[in-house]
Design a protein around this ligand. Structure first.
Ligand code: ADP
Ligand code: ASP
Ligand code: MG
Length: 815
């Protein structure tokens, strides 16, 4: 025989009730099941609210009518008119009784736990009675069972403890005389020895099912709900949560204890004792096999089974040298709290034993503090114990799974994920069973934390990077195109999902935590974007508090740089092609590096030097592997490269510059390239990355242009000056030619000194053969002593720069 329990949503509407009856009918073809039902969804909450309103003397008629309508609508929809009246009448009788009770509460302005339980019982009574009558159309022998008569408890209203021996007998006895019927039993409610209604705690219908299943030695206890079983995390919080095939009773217990609401924790015990499998199934997807909770669980490769959380928690901290840690103190404290029904969710004690921290529901804080102050009055007055300190607005996150016991590094993985996302951990507890590690964190960080931890543990799933991109010029635009094209590949081969969650430029900005559609970002930004304000863009990015976040600065402006520190402090990585940050004062460059390290995030700027060419990365790898850099030589300006690669044979200098400009290789004023300033910034960044504390002024720039060219007031005048100085350039060229050399404008870093100068190089020099507008860099190191390592290729252009930014983003995803 099986017990089938249907939760609030499954009895929540006419359509759902029809579905549930179909499932019952199907099961009946094997054997008559016992059906346990909850109140219609939302009704228990409404009853609680009404009870509290009545206590305050407020009117509750509207809510009462709402409950009536909810049931009547179902009756009208599912029963033929001729059969409706008796059900209407019975529901009306129930609701009249309920009204009388509420009226009494209202007159007395007093709501005892006993009365509250009585009030709550009407939710299950109405729903079960109604469904059992509707069932008559399909099943010839349904019976409404007021379950409170068969589950006997103590007097602990609100969360009563079951007398299992007596309950077992009553259930067995009743069942054996009604075996020919399909029993529809009210969940959640029970009664004490004086036959007063008690309840089994919120969510307690699951427990009712287990109690019946255990008493009747059921073959299986099925919990039918509105999701595909127990999942790796609450699917409302973690989109990537997936269903678990099976769990042990302990794992299910630990997961549900810390908030995986899908099953009520006490449910596990009766099933465990009798080794009856519990199956969590989905009323709305009956084909889903269900999550099995049982004892003979197959070994699993997953390090953890799931992550659960409680989003409303407060902690109380007790400290005092003279008291805490003394034998018997914790015993006194926790028996006091347990005696007064205060549920302690988690306890941690510092190893010095000078303090104890424990977590309780916020609604229990006041009572707990009063109890502590009364119990430990003497110690408090003698200052052996400090006044209890309370912290609110916290949450608990717990990772659960039996495999944790056998897998080292689990807590490392948890704390790495939390740390990298800037989540401050207030307290930690690891159960001695090692089935669970729990941390207390700020409530506002919960969603981010659960998602980040889920990503960290379920590595077979795609990791998600949330990126916020500033700048929609050539590079930004090209990056979006590349991202859009590469996303499927990344997801397939790299287990990485990159979502652009924010785009901003100087005019507009848009955000979407689910990821913006990259095929329509431009229209979306222009038509639906908000007015852009840099500070708001950054504030909004931080406020969205998404896990694995990256700020991508695709501008060439100084403005975003002023926010880098703040961004790192908020544990967000930065990827940028913007040189402004790293080439200003050394102190600023250093502060970015330090901040990124301190906050455990990445700062990648490969495209600051040589666009997409692997220059910064190569330098870093060489240094990290212990190689010593003795010299770096480089041509890091495409314009300068082009000009000197072509200024040979018969070509004049003036013509070559003009040609470079016509081909679009120069700035509008070619002097902005030829003055070597941009080249200098790149050399400066390289020098700094090579470990030298240099400022811009320390990089010596050998001027290529005569003063008159530099001082010419317009571009046109500049060209005239170039022409006039033709002989000067010709002399340079011929001098080189006479020695079988070529002219190259080369940056050099040696002995901590950086300079950029015009040089003549012979055919043995790696830069001799350079062509087009390529960049080139050679590293002479201890290991590459006689033949330097050379990186060469296009060092400018939107495509290659965007590709470099893209590669940096993916590198963040690898961490
Ligand atoms: P019922 O009314 O059927 O008893 P509940 O609302 O008590 O249903 O529990 C089901 C809900 O539990 C789901 O809708 C889901 O949002 C929530 N939930 C929380 N954590 C988990 C989890 N780890 N797996 C599945 N569901 C979860
Ligand atoms: N109706 C009760 C509640 O909402 C019991 C249950 O749904 O399991 O808590
Ligand atoms: Mg439930």
């Amino acid at each position: 025989m099986k017990v089938l329990k249907f939760g609030g949503t499954s009895v929540g509407s006419a359509e759902n009730i029809k579905t549930l009856l179909k499932l019952v009918l199907q099961e009946k073809q094997n054997e008559n099941p016992v059906v346990v039902l909850s109140a219609m969804s939302g009704v228990t909450n409404m009853l609680t609210e009404m009870a509290e309103m009545a206590e305050r003397g407020e009117p509750f008629a509207a809510q009462l009518k709402q409950i009536e309508n909810k049931h009547f609508e179902v009756i009208r929809t599912l029963l033929p008119a001729a059969d409706q009246n008796p059900v209407f009448t019975k529901i009306k009788i129930f609701l009249n009784e309920l009204e009388d009770v509420l009226q009494a509460v209202s007159s007395l302005k007093e709501l005892s736990l006993q009365t509250k339980d009585l009030i709550l019982s009407y939710g299950e009574k109405c729903a079960t009675f109604m469904v059992s009558h509707i069932a008559r159309q399909y099943i010839d022998n349904p019976l409404y069972v007021f379950g409170a008569d068969y589950i006997k408890t103590d007097h602990n209203f609100g969360n009563a403890k079951v007398d299992t021996v007596l309950t077992d007998l009553l259930i067995k006895d009743f069942y054996h005389s009604n075996q020919d019927k399909v029993l529809f039993v009210t969940g959640f409610i029970a009664s004490n020895t004086e036959n007063k209604v008690t309840t089994l705690g919120r969510g307690g219908s699951d427990y009712t099912a287990a109690i019946w299943g255990s008493a009747l030695d059921a073959e299986e206890i099925q919990i039918w709900t509105d999701v595909n079983g127990m999942m790796t995390a609450d699917p409302r919080m973690v989109k990537k949560a997936f269903s678990l095939e099976e769990l042990s009773y302990t794992e299910a217990m630990e997961l549900s204890y810390f908030g995986a609401k899908v099953i009520y924790p006490p449910t596990m015990l009766p099933a465990f004792l009798k080794k009856i499998p519990l199956v969590i199934k989905n009323t709305f997807q009956p084909d889903f096999k269900g999550t099995y909770i049982r004892s003979d669980v197959k070994p699993s490769v997953m390090p953890i089974k799931g992550i659960s959380s409680i989003d409303q928690i407060s902690i109380i901290n007790l400290s005092g040298g003279g008291m805490v840690g003394k034998a018997g103190f914790s015993g006194r404290l926790f028996s006091l709290l347990s005696r007064e029904q205060i549920n302690v969710v988690l306890i941690t004690q510092s190893s010095s034993e000078h303090s104890i921290t424990f977590a309780v529901k916020p609604s229990d804080v006041e009572t707990a503090i009063k109890l502590i102050e009364k119990e430990f009055e003497l110690e408090l007055n003698a200052q052996k114990l400090s006044r209890p300190e309370v912290e609110h607005n916290l949450a608990v996150l717990a990772v659960v799974g039996e495999n944790m016991k056998h897998t080292p590094g689990m807590s490392g993985r948890l704390f790495h994920a939390l740390g990298r996302n800037g989540i401050n951990v207030r307290a930690i507890a690891q159960g001695s069973s090692e089935y669970n590690i729990s941390v207390i964190i700020g409530k506002d960080d919960l969603s981010k934390a659960v998602n980040a931890v889920h990503d960290a543990f379920f590595t077979d799933l795609k990791r998600t990077l949330n990126i916020f991109c500033l700048g929609t010029g050539n590079i930004g635009k090209t990056l979006f195109t590349q991202l859009k094209e590469q996303m499927p590949f990344l997801a397939k081969n790299n287990d990485l999902q990159v979502r652009v969650t924010g785009i901003g430029n100087t005019r507009k900005m848009i955000f979407n935590a689910e990821g913006l559609d990259l095929s329509a970002w431009e229209t979306e930004l222009n038509e639906h974007g908000e007015q852009a304000e840099l500070k708001q863009f950054i504030d909004q990015m931080i406020a969205m508090n998404l896990p694995n976040c990256v700020f991508v600065d695709n501008t060439a402006s100084e403005a975003p740089v002023t926010f880098y520190q703040h961004i790192f402090q908020n544990t967000i990585s930065i990827v940028t092609c913007n040189k402004k940050g790293n080439s200003a004062a050394y102190a600023q460059y250093k502060s970015f590096k330090d901040a990124a390290r301190k906050h455990g995030v990445d700062f990648y700027y490969e495209t600051n030097v040589g666009a997409g060419l692997p220059i910064i990365r190569t330098l870093k790898d060489l240094m990290m592997s212990g190689d010593k850099i003795t010299r770096i030589e480089a041509i890091l300006s495409g314009t300068i490269s082009y000009i000197f690669n072509n200024f040979k044979d018969d070509a004049g200098f003036y013509e070559t510059v003009k040609q470079a400009q016509d081909l679009g290789y120069t700035e509008p004023d070619p002097r902005d390239d030829l003055n070597g300033k941009d080249f200098m910034r790149k050399m400066l960044i390289l020098a700094r990355d090579a470990g030298h504390n240099l400022e811009a002024d320390d990089v010596k720039i050998d001027n290529i242009l005569p003063d008159s060219c530099l001082q010419a007031p317009t571009v046109e005048a500049f060209y005239q000056e170039l022409e006039r100085n033709a002989a000067y350039f010709e002399t340079l060229k011929n001098k080189a030619k006479d020695q079988n050399k070529v002219l190259r404008y080369i940056g050099k870093l040696e002995d901590g000194k950086a300079e950029i100068s015009l040089q003549m190089v012979d055919e043995n020099h790696p830069f001799y053969m350079l062509s087009g507008s390529d960049n080139i860099i050679s590293f002479t190191t201890d290991r590459y002593m006689n033949r330097p390592m050379v990186v060469k290729g296009p060092g400018a252009g939107a495509e290659v720069t965007a590709a470099g930014v893209f590669a940096d983003i993916i590198n963040v995803g690898r961490a």
